[in-house]
Ligand binder design. Sequence first.
Ligand SMILES: Cc1ncc(COP(=O)(O)O)c(C=O)c1O
Length: 435
Amino acid sequence: MPEPTPVSMSATLAADEALARRRRAGERVLSMASGEIGLPVLPALRDRLAAAAGENAYGAVAGSPALRSAVAGYWERRGLAVDPGLVVAGPGSKSLLFALLLAIGGDVIVPVPSWVSYAAQARLAGARSVPVPILPGQGGVPDPDRLREAVTDARTAGQHPRAVVVTVPDNPTGTIASATTVRRLAQAARELDLVIVSDEIYRDLVHDGSEPAVSPALHAPERTVVTTGLTKNLALGGWRTGVARLPDSELGRALHTRLTAVASQIWSSPPAPVQTAAAYAFGEPPEVTERVAASRRLHRAVVRAVAARFTAVGAELAPTAATCYLYPDFEPLREHLAEAHGVHGGDGLAALLSERYGVGVLAATAFGEPGRPLRIRAATSRFYGETAEQQTAALETAGSADPLSLPWIRESVDRVGEVLADLAGSPVPALAPHA
Ligand SMILES: Cc1ncc(COP(=O)(O)O)c(C=O)c1O
């Protein structure tokens, strides 16, 4: 009998669970390992979910008409108009991404670095993942020239790459691929006859509205599937809700048929009460857009303050343009880390941060980086407070003042500064709170 496909626990979720155990045991820990957004549910959404609790039928596999038409409106407002009949909702965009890989078939090109689950899902789907590096500062999108080479080589070797996954804006780097890179990627995908799966779950968390993320669906509409959800913009990860926008083309309609068939065999339909609340959220009434704007301001202020602590000790860092992620490179400190701490790579660095300082981060290897890069990914989305009251205060403060004026946020940011200074053997940086 064949052995089951090897699969490991998602690095982010595993790190989170380990830190939660240590916290329960009374240890002082600072969780920067996962992108869980530590903010409360918007009351209007909580009320709608509660009112929908009686909705107990499965409903349509692709999601309710109300949700699909609200989602179509959401995409239309972002220049990506779509027929609601080509929208598919599911229990989280992660499930949809996996179902898409099953529906598309073939091997999958993934950027390096990229989110922990793409390569793992490809393996689970019985496919190969073909890693293609990004261009510097162009996180989430494989270098289009290297993509051409990799696909040609893979096909020559008898492999069957059929899809390329991109993340705009990106996790883990917190950067946004430029319009030019996205256009070149779309052109290469068309020449190579690849489906583009564009994971845009961070789209609403771009810090500067004048530089929005560009979707490859604008350049290769016939072959781009876009996914998003409410996990990041509205902190609703535990509600498990995600959506996919399929291309309006023969390919898109065939994929829709296969995707809904896969969905029908795995999860049947998205959870009905959540769909009702999600339809309201995707309709974007003012209270929803205001909440998303406040959380964007909060992420921006805190991630920038933490970034300054990393660069102050000599780590290199592409400026975070979206999300709550930092992807610092400690290469300039390689000698010191080896001599002072016996650390030679990102895994050792992450282990040291966790064991000695109680700071949870992920090593770059979790994102598919080869070798022993001294890179880690740190998320700042848990700095907003332990209680709903503190988190609400953080959101409110971000509207008019510096959220670092709140003592619990300041304490976490200062702790990062102290830990990094100790690690680097340098004095604690005297930075302005918001620097
Ligand atoms: C790039 C990316 N895609 C998808 C997801 C998962 O989203 P969902 O909660 O919709 O399954 C995450 C969560 O961390 C993510 O970072």
